[in-house]
Structure formats: C-alpha cells, structure tokens
Design a protein around this ligand. Structure first.
Ligand code: CAA
Length: 381
C-alpha cells in the first residue's frame, strides 16, 4: 500500500484548493442565498481542466487519474458543494460515459467541448416514477427510420437548465424490461425538448436542478451510446464512478465542517477559557477527524481500484454510503460546537448541513448503496 500521492495528484489538489479559496469562496454565500448558478466559475474551471479531468488529452481532457479527481473534488466541495456537484456530474457521469461508450463521431463532436469546459453536460435517468427503481423507465425512444422519437419526463436533472448536452436514458423496447433501455445524446434547443423551472432546494442551491420534457423529440440514430438495450448497464456503470465523485463531495463538506468547528472552538470562550479546552468539545473534534479520515480512505481505495482497472462498484457504494453519512454527522456536530451561532447564516455551518443532506440521496440513496453492497457481499465479491 502506498499512502504517498504523486506530484501530479498533489498539483491537482493544490490548484483546486487555490482556485476554490480565491475564486469560489468570495461569492459562495451570496450564490447560495440567491440560488444563482456559478456561470463564470464553471467557465474558469473548464479552462483549468477541471471539467474533463479524467478524459484523455486526445479528446480535450486533462488525462488525470481518479485519485487526482477525488482530491480536486474535495477541495472544491469544501468551499462550495454546489460547484462540486456541477463538476462531478460533468466529469464522472457525462464525460466518462461518453468516452467509454460513445462512438468516435460523438466523441469528436460532443466530448471535446465538454472536456474542455466549453460546453456543459447533464445526465437524465430519474423520472417521476423511476428514482431508486431505475429500471422503470417510462420515457420512450421509438425508432423511426434514421431517428429515435423521445417522449416522456425526466426529474431532478443536475444542470437541467444550464447544460448544452444531455445523456438521456429511455426505453427503446418495452417488451425487454431493463434490457430494452438505451442511452441517447440530446442537444439543448432541439424541437420537442424543454426544461421545467429550477427546483427551490434545501441545499446545493447554487447548482440548478429541474425536470425535462420530451414531446416527439427527434434525435438522430447516430446519437445512440453503446448499443440498443445497453442503457441500463450504461447508467449503472456510469453511476459507479459518479458515486466516487459524490463521496468526495461529501468529504469536502465534512472537512469544511471540521475546520469550522476547530476554528470556532479556539476563538470562543466559555467558563474563562476557549471551549476547545473542554473535553466535551475535544471528543466531538476527535470523532469528526476520525470519520473524515475513514471516509477519505474508503473513497481513495475505490478511486485506486478504478485507476487499476479492477472492479470497484462495491467500494464506490461503500465510499458514498459512509462519506455522505459522516458529512451530515460532521455538519450537525459543527453546528452543535457553534451553539446558537451555528443555527444562523452568519457562520457557514448551517449551509454545510443543508448541502450535506443531498449526498445521502442523489446518485443512489444510502438505502440503495446498502443494497448494492449487500448483493456484492452475498455474491462473494
Ligand atoms: N454496477 C454495474 N452494473 C450493475 C450495478 C452496478 N452497481 N447494479 C446493477 N447492475 C446491473 C446488473 O449486473 C444487471 O445487469 P445484467 O442483467 O447485464 O447482468 C442489471 O444492472 C440489473 O441489475 P439488478 O437485477 O440488480 O437490478 P435491480 O432493479 O434489482 O436493482 C439498482 C438495480 C441497484 C437498485 C439500481 O436500480 C440503482 O442503482 N438504483 C439507483 C439509481 C440511482 O442511483 N439514481 C441516481 C439518479 S442520477 C443522479 O442523481 C444524477 C444527478 O444529476 C446528480
């Protein structure tokens, strides 16, 4: 086992940290309050190579490994988890999915601008009646000569209003159940495709989430990824990597909560001394530090397995399950350390709690992660 990061991994961590502190932090509070999308920040992230980190340079990406991606995601999410999810979806769901399963023509046309951060991607799987049970795809894509005609509704799409390209999962052959599901790339602005209004969310308010509607939306058959009937496998395989990204996002929130609790406990005096002198506070800080470290080790293990081309779906589910759980716990404890000040906007910890909660829900709820882990264990994996 090697606990040393490479020069390249450390560089990625450091430049993400610098960018987060200098360019993201100043506007994070205001964007959260106004639920304002970080347009300029996302453009700059793209120019620095953070929107297509793992894509090969041949397709405009930074050609980095998953460990570098995890380290960068932690730094960005530590400052603003909304920017974290935008970065994560573009990198691990959209770019990864396209590079792995897109045709050469799709990669040339769509992956290059996505990886360079010139365009933004979204991943449309969930539906009003297909959340955890993702096989129940009611959205249909019927073949009509050289086209697929899409009809249906997608829900909870990250970057739903701001994306340029969407990977849409839809049923192409109902008789085959989940083996009749396929993935199509849809461009914003084509006839029959519209997005709903931005959801008014508890947390990650600066990212945009909305529903999508398709009414006789005509997509060229060349926009099919992988092959017909492989859409569900596409979604599952892509989400395995996505879960590593969300685990890293959760670690960023947990670490920010820990840092805030340490700082406040040293500044705040009670009973004549800083509250950090009190064992009640010290125990909280110790517990938080251990949890953050465990989450990091699990997530880096999943990332290392992915980089080594070894199976990682169980480890990715474990990383997401644990990291999201401790993100909520650390944010709650940070609020407790801050007392009343933790409950108001003046300090950042109330946002950390609001942002942390979604990590237990999207890209597979904690209950789904437990199902994935248990099935893998029972299969001897
Ligand atoms: N990795 C790879 N393949 C997987 C897999 C995984 N983690 N889980 C299931 N599969 C494959 C199986 O191997 C099987 O494929 P084959 O038939 O080719 O062998 C196929 O999927 C069906 O598997 P199951 O029989 O296990 O299917 P199921 O219906 O019993 O359970 C599930 C599937 C695990 C519950 C799945 O539906 C799931 O993960 N649900 C959660 C969906 C989810 O994560 N949604 C997130 C929405 S996207 C989002 O949040 C993005 C955003 O914008 C932030």
């Amino acid at each position: 086992m090697n606990f040393n990061f490479t020069e390249e991994q450390l560089m990625s961590q450091e430049s993400a940290r610098d960018f987060a502190q200098n360019e993201i932090a100043p506007s994070a509070v205001e964007r959260d309050i106004k639920a304002e999308f970080p347009t300029e920040i996302v453009k700059k992230l793209g120019k620095l190579g953070f929107m297509g980190m793992m894509v090969s340079p041949e397709y405009g990406g930074a050609g980095m490994d998953t460990i570098s991606y995890v380290l960068a995601m932690i730094e960005i999410s530590k400052v603003d988890a909304s920017v974290g999810v935008i970065m994560s979806v573009n990198n691990s769901l959209v770019c990864w999915g396209l590079e792995e399963y897109g045709s050469e023509a799709l990669k040339q046309k769509y992956l290059i601008p996505l990886a360079k951060g010139e365009k933004l991607g979204a991943f449309a799987l969930s539906e009003p009646e297909a959340g955890s049970d993702a096989t129940q795809q009611h959205t249909t894509a019927d073949k009509d000569r050289d086209f697929f005609i899409i009809n249906g509704i997608k829900n909870w799409t990250t970057c739903g209003t701001t994306a340029d390209f969407y990977l849409v999962i839809a049923t192409t052959d109902k008789s085959k159940g989940y083996k009749g599901i396929s993935t199509l790339l849809v461009e914003k602005g084509i006839q029959g495709f519209a997005h709903g209004k931005k959801e008014d969310k508890l947390g990650i308010r600066s990212s945009d989430t909305c529903s999508l509607t398709f009414e006789n939306c005509k997509v060229p058959k060349e926009n099919l990824l992988w092959e017909e009937g492989k859409g569900f496998n596409f979604a599952m395989n892509t989400l395995n990597g996505g879960r590593i990204g969300i685990a890293a996002q959760a670690i960023g929130i947990a670490e920010a909560s820990f840092d805030a609790a340490v700082k406040y406990s040293k500044d705040r005096k009670a009973f004549g001394n800083p509250i950090s002198n009190l064992q009640a506070i010290q125990f909280k800080l110790s517990d938080m530090a251990v949890k953050v470290d465990c989450a990091k080790l699990l997530t880096l293990k999943a990332a290392a397995l992915k980089d080594a081309d070894k199976p990682y779906y169980k480890e990715a589910a474990m990383a997401k399950l644990y990291s999201s759980k401790i993100a909520v716990e650390c944010a709650l404890e940070a609020i407790q350390v801050h007392g009343g000040y933790g409950y108001v906007r003046e300090y950042l910890v109330e946002r950390y709690l609001r942002d942390a909660k979604i990590t237990e829900i999207y890209e597979g709820t904690s209950e789904i992660q437990k199902m994935v882990i248990a099935r893998a264990l029972l299969d001897g994996k």
